[in-house]
Design a protein around this ligand. Structure first.
Ligand code: ING
Length: 316
């Protein structure tokens, strides 16, 4: 007899490398294998990575037109992804899937969708915090051109009632910003799903590589606790054509504790039989926003983009 008050099977499907030579069809076969394993574990919801259908192409300098041609989806589901949707509908499992979206009017977003038990798309999120740069950095071993290939998301941080929970979504760099989770927390999110592609090497300064994993997990754990939510994060990782990205896919409870973490940098399914009532406890007794938050003192958070006067000049 389960002692969980609100049992909820959450799966995270980590993907190992996707190389330039790998076809979408070959990738979808891998996603389907992970979906099958989610089914065998009793998952209600499975999270796939950011840009899960192709290699992490923002590492390469190319024109926007070339990127669109090779790496963007014109429809979702498309011919190659339809088998994934069909099987998910058969299994009655919802999923988060990240991909490069080309809209009918030609706009480009780093996007994730949420599907329900019938594999109907019920939610869409377009990445808001785009890291990196838009120019070519000659001296760098690889680029990070999300600001070149994608527009800033235009639909905000939303939540959806789906699969028996209130689910929010974000993507990769979003997970590092407290505002991401707080906006969803203020909409009573219970689960935040996200995918990520995180290079283990920093092209901007000589950052010790171990910090990539530490900051990744710190961002998930701190924000899960501070908003009383479950966070499920799926990596695409390992060496893609020689360019390494961290693994560390994880499921984090509202306590801030990691309840499941990937052990490899390959395709790997992790699973937690979550109790969604844990979030209720923390949102009631610790992070009771209605009781304790004082927005009248938080104005700078929405009024300012950059920080004000630095040390040595009079604070403004
Ligand atoms: N990747 C990285 C991420 O935020 C990054 C980029 C890494 C920015 C480390 C800052 C520090 O995990 C994506 N795709 O956002």
């Amino acid at each position: 007899m389960s002692t969980l008050k609100r049992p909820y099977g959450i799966a995270v499907a980590q993907l190992g490398p996707i190389h330039l030579a790998d076809s979408r069809a070959a990738v979808v076969k891998r996603l389907i294998e992970l979906l099958r394993e989610s089914k065998s574990r009793g998952a209600k919801f499975v999270v796939f990575p950011e840009l899960a259908l192709t290699t992490f192409f923002p590492r390469y300098w190319m024109t926007e037109e070339e990127a669109v041609e090779r790496f963007f989806e014109r429809s979702m589901p498309g011919p190659e992804t339809k088998p994934l949707f069909d099987l998910a509908a058969e299994f009655g499992i919802g999923f988060y899937l990240g991909y490069a979206e080309l809209t009918p009017d030609g706009r480009r977003f780093n996007t994730a969708i949420l599907t329900d038990e019938k594999a109907k798309i019920v939610g869409r999120y377009r990445k808001i915090h785009l890291p990196g740069h838009s120019h070519h950095i000659e001296t760098a071993p690889f680029q990070h051109l999300e600001k070149k290939f994608f527009e800033v998301g235009n639909e905000g941080f939303k939540v959806w009632d789906a699969l028996g929970a209130r689910i929010g979504m974000c993507i990769c760099n979003d997970r590092r910003w407290a505002e991401t989770y707080r906006v969803m927390g203020l909409q009573s999110a219970e689960i935040v799903a996200l995918g990520y592609n995180t290079p283990s090497w920093n092209i901007h300064w000589n950052e010790p590589p171990h910090l990539r994993m530490f900051h990744h997990l710190l961002s998930l754990q701190g924000n899960a606790y501070q908003n009383g939510i479950w966070v499920a994060a799926a990596a695409k990782c390992g060496k893609e054509d020689g360019f390494h990205m961290i693994g560390g896919s994880a499921i984090v409870a509202p306590t801030g504790e990691i309840t499941a973490q990937a052990q490899s940098e390959e395709d790997e399914l992790i699973f937690t039989s979550a109790d969604l009532s844990i979030g209720e406890t923390f949102r009631e007794h610790v992070f009771n926003f209605a009781k304790h938050r004082r927005p009248e003192h938080y104005k700078l958070i929405v009024e300012r983009t950059g920080a004000g006067a630095p040390l040595g000049t009079a604070p403004d």
